[in-house]
Design a protein around this ligand. Structure first.
Ligand code: ADP
Ligand code: MG
Length: 549
């Protein structure tokens, strides 16, 4: 049985598998396209439409259409359509179901084992929500994988000799922007650092074009207000995206803005588009600069390759400015499809390694090689050659802590603290910083009690929320907690130690201890989001729908 890679994108999704010759191949959508718009239309209580047709229906029934659901992943948001409750997980599950359904139509085989990609900056909550979306769709999620790692896997044949190579990945999609630096050394792939802005993407370029067209129209007809017409605006949005794509290939494009019986013919040039959106491009360049600086701090001075990923990178200005500004020689390779293809390769890696007896314990574990008979068995099972099995079984993908993790502490220097410590300023002390390779250990960090005879301390674990670490509460998310109790009575300022350990798969283990008494507490971070019962409920709700594209 084959394994599949799924790029569950903010605006477009894609599914791929690895064929008998070892090449990743994209499976087409219901309407014969390589990618499927990540749009869900709750047509009736029984029927859900996903993809191109749903995107077009946004015009007719905006209140029954959901777009950009990836932005809500990991958040406690609820929706209701035709009386049925929905969450970001269950809506994402419907997109996954459609991808699997369309894929099955072509392969004739039921899709079960998948790897789903997530942005590198996704934290534990979002990753877990993505895994649950797969589960709700009835899929077996082998793993979730960072999108830039997937793109690098598709690009680079691992196993080169001749030292480490560094790849810079610039990913500008429909709604998100990511930069990542990846190190490839022999068979190992490692994320060196990652940054980005998840509210910056192609949709912002579209908005700039929409304003330009609207202004062009109202200049001629100032008495009319087309912006208040929902249907007109939806149409204009579709046209603006098309214009943008066309201007990647041609220098100029005409467009007739039609409203209320009037027609205003307008011309948009590529140069105008670049001017209208220069501030947006600049924001991606600032993040690029920051990423280059972070990589330099980590000893990476030179990039062997610069990969452009995401549909927006087809825009010629991007490669040009990267070259002018940073001397980066960027390459376009399958910008729409690289992530799904890399995920398919990774899914196969997971299956092979599972078949070979779970040789996934990290590099250089010194165990003897697998026997020839297992190799043959795995090769037969997965429909690939023994040679491929042997080469895949050696590869390793290591990851980093996606974001900083820390503890909430009270600021005893805040004047309010003396009278009312609860109202005093609280802030986050990060123990684990972003981009630390996994598995990671912080070593014991000392904290102190704040009151005399304080018998317990609550260890509140928070995760960095934005792309830059900040100690302010509003820039972090509470993800779990434990209590260190029955402390010996001591004056305020008594020390205790806390250690964070994060496993290779991103599970955070917390250990707090008071040295004198030996009192301790250990807990793993309880991932929020849907619990098992809710996943079950969502699974049966989603399974009842007729889904089509
Ligand atoms: P996602 O953010 O869902 O991962 P993609 O990587 O597929 O999405 O990128 C989608 C974005 O790329 C959309 O904004 C789309 O308009 C844009 N896009 C697709 N093709 C082109 C093109 N030829 N020129 C410019 N932008 C494009
Ligand atoms: Mg993408």
């Amino acid at each position: 049985m084959a394994t599949y890679g799924i790029d569950l994108g903010t605006t477009y999704s894609c599914i791929a598998y690895v064929d008998e010759t070892g090449r990743p191949v994209v499976l087409k959508s219901a309407v014969g396209e390589d990618t499927t718009p990540s749009v869900v239309y709750f047509e009736s209580p029984e029927n859900v439409v996903v993809g191109r047709q749903a995107k077009d229906s946004a015009l007719l029934a905006p209140h029954l259409v959901v777009e950009l659901i990836k932005r809500q992943m990991g958040q406690d948001v609820h929706y209701a359509f035709h009386g049925q409750d929905h969450t970001p997980e269950s809506i994402s599950a419907l997109i996954l179901r459609e991808l699997a359904r369309a894929a099955q139509e072509q392969t004739g085989e039921q899709i079960r084992d998948v790897v789903i990609t997530v942005p590198a900056y996704f934290g534990v909550l979002e990753r877990e929500a993505t895994r649950k979306a797969g589960q709700i769709a009835g899929l077996n999620v082998l793993d979730v994988l960072a999108e830039p790692v997937a793109a690098a896997l598709n690009y680079e044949t691992l196993g080169h000799d001749g030292g480490a190579r560094h790849i810079f990945i610039y990913d500008l999609g429909g709604g998100t922007f990511d930069t990542t630096v990846i190190r490839i050394e022999g068979d190992d792939v490692l994320v060196v650092c990652t940054d980005g802005n998840h509210h910056l993407g192609g949709a912002d370029w579209d908005s700039a074009i929409i304003s330009f067209l609207l202004d062009g129209f109202t200049e001629q007809h100032p008495q009319l207000d087309p912006a208040s017409d929902e249907q007109f605006m939806q149409d204009l949005a579709t046209s603006a995206e098309q214009l943008k794509k066309q201007l990647s290939a041609t220098q100029t494009r005409r467009y007739n803005v039609r409203f209320d019986g009037r027609v205003v013919p307008l011309e948009v040039t590529r140069e105008q588009l670049e001017e209208l959106t220069s501030e947006l491009l600049e924001r991606t360049m600032e993040i690029t600069e920051r990423t280059i600086a972070t990589a330099r701090e980590k000893g990476v001075e030179h990039f062997d390759d610069v990969l452009l990923v995401g549909g927006m990178t087809i825009t010629p200005a991007i490669a040009r400015v990267l070259k002018e500004r940073f001397g980066l020689e960027a390459r376009l390779q399958d910008p729409h499809l690289a992530v799904a293809k890399g995920a398919a390769l990774f899914a196969l890696m997971q299956k092979v390694q599972e078949g070979m007896g779970g040789a996934t314990d990290g590099p250089g574990d010194g165990t003897a090689g697998p026997t020839d008979s297992t190799t043959q068995e795995v090769a037969d099972q997965l429909g690939i050659s023994e040679e491929q099995v042997r080469s895949i079984a050696r590869k390793r993908v290591a990851t980093v802590v996606p974001r900083a993790f820390g503890l909430k502490v009270v600021d005893s220097k805040d004047p309010v603290f003396a009278t009312d410590p609860h109202r005093a300023r609280h802030y986050i002390v990060h123990l684990l910083t972003a981009n630390t390779p996994l598995p990671a250990d912080t070593g014991p960090e000392t904290f102190r009690t704040v009151k005399d005879d304080q018998r317990e301390v609550s260890l509140e674990v928070w995760e960095q929320a934005g792309s830059v670490a900040s100690e302010e509460l509003e820039h972090n998310t509470h993800i779990g907690e434990g209590v260190l109790s029955e402390l010996p009575p001591r004056p305020a300022g008594a020390p205790f130690q806390v250690v964070f350990h994060m496993t290779e798969t991103g599970l955070l283990k917390v250990h707090g201890q008071e040295a004198d008494s030996g009192r301790e507490v250990r807990f793993d971070i309880q991932i929020g989001g849907l619990d098992e019962a809710e996943v079950q409920r969502a699974t049966s709700a989603v399974a009842r729908y007729e889904v089509n594209g």
